[in-house]
Design a protein around this ligand. Structure first.
Ligand code: FES
Ligand SMILES: [Fe+2]
Length: 349
């Protein structure tokens, strides 16, 4: 069902208009095997494929010969072969083989800067080459994190990338929408901007990250009294966020003890068509059954929270609009300013 929805959305994709320059998820690594895959990104059709050496590539999907979709082809000798007349393209996008004749000089497809790490295949969006390498995010599905305690979600939504990412900077919705049981308002801590001894930010470009820490008093766990039994109550609940313009690492702590962590990333299919990717791992410390039950409680918390966000995301007004700000929106406001700096970079020709 989810796949069908994504495909339907892909067919409707319009080019994105307010997208930050950055690294975006083309698809989870586990979904790219031997066969080339279709990937609709930024409103355009791409093909993702692996060379014989296992490296992932993402290139425009339209064959320059007669326009066949290259994701219908196959990988042959480390090249991608079009299904229609068997022209072959290498990982740089150049046409390197045409049956019976020399490849036309200008025959090529456009490759996107592609990297594979943290369990995902990432592509760079923006004018010019990548301004930084993909963030050093943990691969939370890797074997060192026991599988019963880690999981991955991929949900289509009509929300824009900015809307998806700014949600984490919004402490009030955690209480109002997700029912976080705390005794007061969040304290928002935002690190000071970097030192620029030899110039201003205008000289060096925007900062790479927009981090924030949100701290609430007296956390009572996701399930109130039930959480008591598992010792989840705490005097302090903390959300620690390392945020880039296109993805995040989020950690949740109770009295300094980490409960779980998440990687949040986005596939911008097109204008108002995105996939929200969550990779999460629960730190179930505590022996035996109690630790296991704790892990289940927190896992349910993350999954339920995602299901609560998505229906609201889908009703948000089109466009990355601003609204009326209150003190609890301080971090959202900060992130929006940061995000728009990276949008400007993407739009510079
Ligand atoms: S359309 Fe691709 S080789 Fe002819
Ligand atoms: Fe949320």
């Amino acid at each position: 069902m989810r796949q069908k929805t994504s495909e339907r959305m892909a067919a409707l994709a319009r080019p994105v208009t307010n997208l930050a320059s950055g690294w975006y998820v083309a698809l989870p690594s586990a979904e790219l095997r031997r066969k080339p895959r279709q990937a609709t990104l930024f409103g355009n059709a791409y093909v993702a494929w692996r060379g014989d050496d296992g490296r992932a590539h993402v290139q425009s999907a339209v064959c320059p010969h007669a326009g066949a979709a290259l994701y219908g082809g196959k990988v042959v000798g480390g090249t991608l072969e079009c299904p229609f007349h068997r022209w072959r393209f290498d990982d740089s996008g150049a046409c390197v083989s045409v049956p019976g004749r020399r490849p036309p000089a200008r025959a090529a497809v456009t490759p996107l800067p592609t990297r594979e790490c943290s369990g995902y295949v990432w592509v760079w969006y923006g004018s010019g080459p990548p301004r930084y390498e993909p963030p050093d995010l943990p691969d939370l599905q890797a074997r060192r994190f026991p599988s019963t305690r880690s999981f991955r979600l991929a949900d289509p939504t009509r929300a824009t990338t900015r809307r998806i990412l700014e949600n984490t900077y919004d402490p009030d919705h955690l209480v109002a929408l997700h029912g976080l049981t705390v005794a007061g308002e969040a304290r928002i801590t935002i690190p000071t901007t970097r030192e620029t001894p030899n110039g201003t930010a205008a000289d060096t470009g925007p900062e790479e990250r927009c981090d924030a820490t949100l701290t609430w008093p007296s956390y009572r766990g996701p399930l109130g009294a039930v959480s008591n039994v598992f010792g989840l109550n705490a005097d302090e609940f903390t959300l620690r966020l390392r945020g880039w313009a296109s993805c995040q690492e989020i950690e949740y702590f109770a009295d300094g003890r980490r409960l779980y962590r998440m990687v949040l990333a986005v596939t911008p299919i097109g204008e108002h068509h995105s996939v929200q990717h969550i990779s999460a791992a629960v730190d179930a410390d505590g022996a035996g059954i109690v630790g296991w039950l704790r892990a289940l409680v927190h896992r349910a918390e993350v999954q339920v929270a995602a299901r609560q966000d998505l229906p609201v995301f889908d009703t948000l007004l089109p466009g990355d609009r601003h609204g009326i700000y209150v003190p609890g929106d301080e971090a959202v406001r900060r992130f929006r300013r940061f995000y728009q700096q990276w949008v400007e970079l993407a739009q510079r020709g």
